[in-house]
Design a binder for this molecule. Sequence first.
Ligand SMILES: [Fe+2]
Length: 177
Amino acid sequence: MKVQKIHHVAYRCIDAKETIEFYRDVMDMDLVLAIAENEVPSTKEPDPYMHIFLDAGQGNVLAFFEIPNSPPMGRDENTLGWVQHIAFELASMGELLAAKEQIESKGVEVIGPTDHHIFKSIYFFDPNGHRLELAANVDRPGALEKLHEVAPAMIEEWSRTKRAPRHAAFLHEDEFG
Ligand SMILES: [Fe+2]
């Protein structure tokens, strides 16, 4: 099996129209298509839903469901707010800084840029409470290859100790500054 790319990922939204407008106005993402039904396909029970598909670039699709007859959506209260998020890639640091300005100009609070050594990121929330990240890769010659190489040993150590392994400490050294 050879997976080609992410076909789509789907999350719940509070309001499909408001979600489309946010991703259009704040992130310049277009609506690709919508699928709606008034019944659950398997049981034929009446339960309208709206399923929207947004263009996340290069054939990647971000989808949402509005399911108005279900209880209000919450979040996983046992998981810290920064853990679950959707990250999109921008082409350069210049674009990342311009994006921060654009998003803030729409009244959305933005955190960052945060330096992750091989990329820098900004963070904000969509109207549904989903945390979003925009990331721009930083050129650190050899860093990705090194990280790939030490990853299995890091996981092995982590599974035993539940403490952060030191294999990637080189990222903090001057060489990769
Ligand atoms: Fe992330």
